[in-house]
Write a protein that binds this ligand. Structure first.
Ligand SMILES: [Zn+2]
Length: 446
């Protein structure tokens, strides 16, 4: 079973930090040089009109950087770039294949690590045999560095970094290629270590609860669990910003000279749009799965998203939402993150439940107005939460426990945090004693 440990690392000294920064920066420089060579060939520019991206002379670049990075790291950076290009060609093929609906956004060739204005993005990849991790009281990571860097900083041996926090998978049979980068959002060095663990060491949830997800644009995710919890991740603002950027891209495109299809500014807007979405999606997956794990959920159902879009949504909303969500990518991200927690994801593409009245079962009499689903039988409820609840009931044999008030989350560019609109009466109104016991009540109030 493949799993991933992600953790923060800290250099042990200022010199160590400088060395690490130089290593990551040189890796990014190598990536950019390789990528540039390939991009020129892809675009038929710079005298490479008749060459293929794979004709780029990466051996020369490996030679140029191996002194600083070490030969194995130079090779890994080049290999990672090759993988990115192969992925791009596969996506492009899927995009042009009408029978394949997995890629709906026109794929862009692999980008550069960083840009002129903000500098290079500090990032490297290290071969499985070129680093060691020790877990324990003082967990640490040791990585290989090139001889030129060692000379520059008068360093011997591997570079040692302190690991903070505990891994999800401390015991494993094999480790894969390590990614190591500097996260500017919180000024922290981070690493992700892919590992192969035996089936017995699977991180098993404590109970056998189930959850179901409804995915949309206004509410990114509505989730119901058999333990009676409901979570709502609000996406209006994020979706709005995505649309604004999309509009700005269209405006810039309309001003391009004839025969031109893109510009530096347009490409940067695309990248910004994608980065913002990816960041929010990744954080959402982690936040949600931590909660589900804590609830003892071991199976998570995701509905057939394409079905919903194809049948109930207008063509325009459809296309926009498709781009925004990059459903396939999001589902894959959910599956990967869920695996880390030992939670199984089941994708179900059967008839959708978003219009079904949970009270009388009718699918034709219900009306949806914004977030509210109403039915002539008297039912009225939050449309997306109701959908996830109906979906859950369809897939679980257990009784679904009575619902607590839903918890709503808002995205603030870094975290998903509980929205002020999220009222939980069992803590805030009906049982003030709980609040007192927790000691959270300001003394002036009593
Ligand atoms: Zn009804």
């Amino acid at each position: 079973m493949k799993r991933t440990n992600t953790f923060a690392v800290r250099p042990l000294s200022d010199t160590g930090e400088q060395l690490l920064r130089d290593l990551l920066d040189a890796s990014a420089a190598l990536w950019n040089e390789v990528n540039y060579e390939r991009l020129m060939r892809y675009n038929d520019e710079g005298g490479y009109e008749n060459e293929d991206v794979w004709d780029a002379d990466t051996g020369r670049l490996e030679g140029k950087y191996k002194g600083v990075l070490g030969a194995s790291t130079a090779q890994q950076v080049i290999r990672k770039n090759s993988e990115a290009w192969r992925g791009f060609f596969e996506n492009k093929k899927a995009y042009h294949d009408d029978s394949d609906t997995s890629v709906t956004e026109y794929p862009e060739p692999p980008g550069f690590w960083g840009n002129k204005d903000e500098g290079r993005k500090l990032h490297t990849v290290i071969r499985n045999t070129s680093y060691t991790v020790e877990w324990g009281e003082r967990s640490r990571l040791e990585i290989l560095v090139g001889s030129e860097l060692k000379d520059r900083y008068d360093h011997t041996g591997r570079l040692r970094l302190e690991i903070t926090g505990d891994p999800n998978w401390p015991e494993y049979e094999k480790q894969g290629r390590l990614d190591l980068w500097y996260d500017e959002t919180d000024s922290t060095f981070r690493a992700s270590q892919p590992v192969t663990v035996s089936d017995e060491t699977r991180d098993t949830p404590l109970a056998e609860e189930t959850a179901a997800l409804d995915i949309g644009a206004n509410n990114l995710v509505a989730c119901t669990t058999t333990t009676g919890e409901q979570y709502l991740y609000e996406g209006r603002e994020l979706f709005q910003r995505f649309r604004d950027t999309t509009r700005e891209i269209a405006r810039l495109q309309s001003k391009l000279e004839e025969g031109r299809y893109s510009s530096k500014r347009i490409r940067r807007l695309y990248q910004k749009r994608t980065r913002r979405r990816d960041h929010a999606q990744e954080a959402l997956c982690r936040d949600l799965l931590e909660r589900l794990y804590a609830e003892g959920v071991d199976t998570l159902y995701i509905g057939g998203l394409t079905d919903v879009l194809d049948t109930h949504w207008s063509v325009e909303t459809n296309a926009k939402t498709h781009n925004f969500w990059a459903f396939k990518q999001f589902t894959e991200r959910l599956v990967c993150t869920a695996e880390e927690y030992g939670i199984t994801v089941e994708v179900r593409s059967e008839a959708w439940t978003s219009q079904e009245c949970p009270q009388c079962g009718s699918t034709v009499r219900t009306t949806r107005h914004q977030d509210t689903l109403t039915c002539p039988c008297g039912f009225e409820g939050h449309a997306d939460l109701t959908a996830s609840e109906t979906f859950l009931e369809r897939h679980t044999e257990e009784a679904v426990r009575p619902m607590a008030r839903p918890v709503r989350f808002e995205w603030d560019d870094h975290d998903w945090s509980e929205s002020p609109r999220s009222h939980r009466p069992k803590e805030q109104r009906t049982d003030p004693s709980t609040v007192h016991r927790d000691g959270n009540v300001a003394s002036g109030e009593s």
